[in-house]
Design a binder for this molecule. Sequence first.
Ligand code: PLP
Length: 395
Amino acid sequence: MTFQEIKQTADTYFMPTYARFPVALERGENATYWDSEGKTYIDFTAGIGVNSLGTNDAGWKAAVTAQLDRLQHTSNLYYNETAASAAKLLCERSGFAKVLFCNSGAEANECAIKLARKYSFDKYGEGRYNIVTLQNSFHGRTMATITATGQAHYHTYFAPFLEGFRYAESGDLAALSELLDGTVCAVLVEVVQGEGGVLLTDPDYLRAVRGLCEQQDILLIFDEVQTGIGRTGRLFAYETIGVKSDILTAAKGIAGGLPMGACLCTKALGGTLTAGTHGTTFGGNPVACAGALEVLRRMDDAFLERVRQKGEAIRSRLSTFRGLENVRGLGLMIGADLREKTASQVANRCCEEGLLVLTAKSALRLLPPLTITDAEIEKGLAILERVLLEKGEEQ
Ligand SMILES: Cc1ncc(COP(=O)(O)O)c(C=O)c1O
């Protein structure tokens, strides 16, 4: 099909829930893509933080296809070696005791919410179900997770929203403390707010939140759906700040491009969700787990060190670009504010020039594949710099 044919077919049959760039991507090689018309693009998006090992990675493809050759799905009624090995490796590498596999970030957070509420119900009985999240957060698009999301514009159209969520301003410990009135079972936060604009949550605040939670037996949940699995140059972003949560959620890059989410918890919480209280048909699918095993095995110290180096190199270059300010981030999760142009103007022009970038509210957001090469970084930055220097009327 030509691009126009692909576009027309998609626009005819998909619900119009996505504002798409006028491009149909066809194939890729690490952080370089080709579209349906043969044009090349440097990828600073990794499919919104998903393709952690880039595209067409030989090791990942071998691991996934080897599993496909054996068995594509079993259901959770039976044991499966690949799924068991992925659970073991993820628990060992993260320091958590137990995991539930699901299919997305929102589902991982759903599991975290249910786990926190049941833990509290089992121990304290009814009524201690409230969950505090932060303003400007993003936790997903299911009914529970859009309610958990602390952004008012998500709280329209779909009422009634769920009961039992309260919102605190990030960094304001006194405000949070006031909300903890004996009916709260958990505090749910992102270590870096991704969709909210790539904003680092103050580590001192997170340490203090940890302390408050401990005093009152309130569970701390880190939503590491975007920050996890090497994105920030550590396996999980919490390692950077040295604060550990009771529950941690991951998804996006976990299986290197296959749909997968994970909700991890400590030993004390490990027996809370018993048979029949939670589950999902596809969770722990062996093909996704084979991808996850490969991703986790590849993310050794040297790999993560390279992610940190590449992130620092990109940030230091971006800081010299005239059109940007407040360059920030951790590892290869990078944000910057724009001085004159809007984020969508820059993203559109970059796309026309052969560079894929993301936006987060009014900020520019970059989430390249963790395997991006120095040459690909260089090409992408050159396009971005050129676009930022363009005069207004050319946009
Ligand atoms: C921090 C965070 N939590 C949850 C989600 C939802 O993940 P998914 O789109 O896989 O449901 C996202 C997605 O962007 C996210 O960034």
